[in-house]
Design a protein around this ligand. Structure first.
Ligand code: SF4
Length: 402
């Protein structure tokens, strides 16, 4: 298996907008969790498959564009940097039986404020982590407080600089736009600042108000106001414009990578996140940890959510799978389109045919003709892509494949 996601479900404090599977005040369970995680990774390495029987050779499908990517490990959360270096080393050693570390893109998410200074970062780099993804979210302290983040803008900048000094030459920063009280001028100033930092990769997301979060309650009670949809769309357009002018390639709806000279004809920029590309190419990947989702066509599974239940399941000698489903060929086709159209490179006809087992036109000729006539997609050089208008109306396009 080429791609592995590992979930670390601990945070110092829950942010007000967060609906990820993550828990505060469980630091005392980290050591037991790491032991369970390593045990789960060993089971996966030995070929046990969560989600029922291992897909048969006849059921499995190649994923040519994803197979051309380097192997990847993604430590996500939660906050992986709440683990000690010794704990992370044990996790990566266990993971190495699934994905060889030498050639892999190994990403760790990191929250400014938990990254423990230069020594920790140097240690992380020495373990083989070669890509850091930092959740900065805003450069305004008052907004960071509303979001419940534990760091200030200054600390975020310091963590970024320390990561550079520690030898990380592939750093992503996450930011959110459409935030409470955020103005266009503030967002543009943030863009100018972070462009000047020389960051390798940005993930920029509009705020999604998730039901059940403290922020949702405050907004629905009228205590906090969010920018109107038009204002948020203008922020997205400003990001496209400014990052484009600064030499970043907008390779996925929410992701930009610093342009660099890659091999001629390469589909993706060199600093694109290979792990996430595997998702967007609707490839197979294993996942370990509480609440983690894995996918190996035709099976998809997710693990038990709670930390104690997860530890108990693995302690009982079984894979901690909570639920699994078998996907149909129609699911595979639809998801290959939905995910692939998020990429600026779009969906390659040869990739689709190999992955889904039939030519693109045999699956979607009428839909594609209608979307092209509406100016929402283009077909060129055996790829299907969203047009700029299609990108703005992405949901309308995606619904047509469901
Ligand atoms: S740091 Fe990330 S995972 Fe943790 S609570 Fe905040 S948003 Fe959620």
């Amino acid at each position: 298996m080429n791609h592995l996601y590992i979930h670390i479900p601990f945070c110092h404090r829950r942010c007000s907008y967060c609906d990820f599977n993550t828990y505060a005040n469980l630091e005392h369970r980290i050591e037991a969790y790491v032991a369970a995680l390593c045990a789960e990774l060993h089971m996966l390495a030995e070929g046990a498959f969560p989600g029922g029987p291992l897909p048969t050779r006849a059921e499995q499908r190649p994923s040519p564009e994803a197979d051309a990517l380097p192997p990847t490990i993604f430590l996500g959360g939660g906050t992986p940097t709440m683990l000690s270096l010794d704990q992370l080393e044990r996790v990566l050693t266990a993971a190495s039986a699934i994905v060889p570390l030498e050639r892999a893109e190994i990403t760790s998410e990191a929250n400014p404020g938990t990254v423990l200074g230069r020594d920790y970062l140097r240690g992380l780099r020495a373990l083989g982590v070669n890509r850091l993804s930092m959740g900065v979210q805003s450069l305004h302290d008052s907004t960071l407080r509303v979001l419940g983040r534990i760091h200030s803008a200054d600390e975020a900048r310091r963590s970024y600089e320390e990561a550079r000094e520690a030898g990380f030459d592939n750093i992503n920063l996450d930011f959110i736009f459409g935030l409470p009280g955020q103005t266009q001028a503030q967002w543009e100033a943030t863009l100018d600042t972070i462009i000047a930092w020389g960051v390798d990769h940005f993930s920029l997301y509009s705020l999604i108000l998730e039901e059940g979060t403290p922020l949702y309650a405050q907004v629905t009670a009228g205590r906090i106001r969010l920018p109107e949809d038009d204002a948020t769309a203008a922020m997205y357009e400003a990001a496209m414009e400014r990052l484009g002018a600064a030499g970043y390639t907008h390779y996925e709806i929410s992701n930009w990578a610093r342009e660099s000279v890659g091999p001629p004809g390469a589909l993706f920029p060199e600093r694109a996140c290979a792990h996430n590309l595997a998702y967007w190419l609707n490839s197979d990947y294993l996942a370990a940890g509480a609440g983690a989702h894995g996918h190996r066509y035709p099976r998809r599974y997710h693990n038990i959510l709670g930390v104690d239940d997860y530890i108990a399941a693995v302690g009982g000698g079984r894979l901690p799978c909570a639920e699994w489903i078998t996907l149909t060929p129609g699911d595979l086709r639809a998801e290959t389109m939905l995910m692939g159209l998020r990429l600026s490179a779009g969906v390659g006809e040869a990739h689709f045919a190999a992955r889904c087992g039939l030519p693109l036109d045999a699956a979607y000729s009428d839909t594609l003709a209608e979307l092209a006539a509406q100016g929402l997609i283009v077909r060129h050089q055996e790829r299907v892509r969203l047009t700029p208008r299609g990108r703005m109306l992405g949901n309308q396009v995606f619904q047509r494949f469901v």
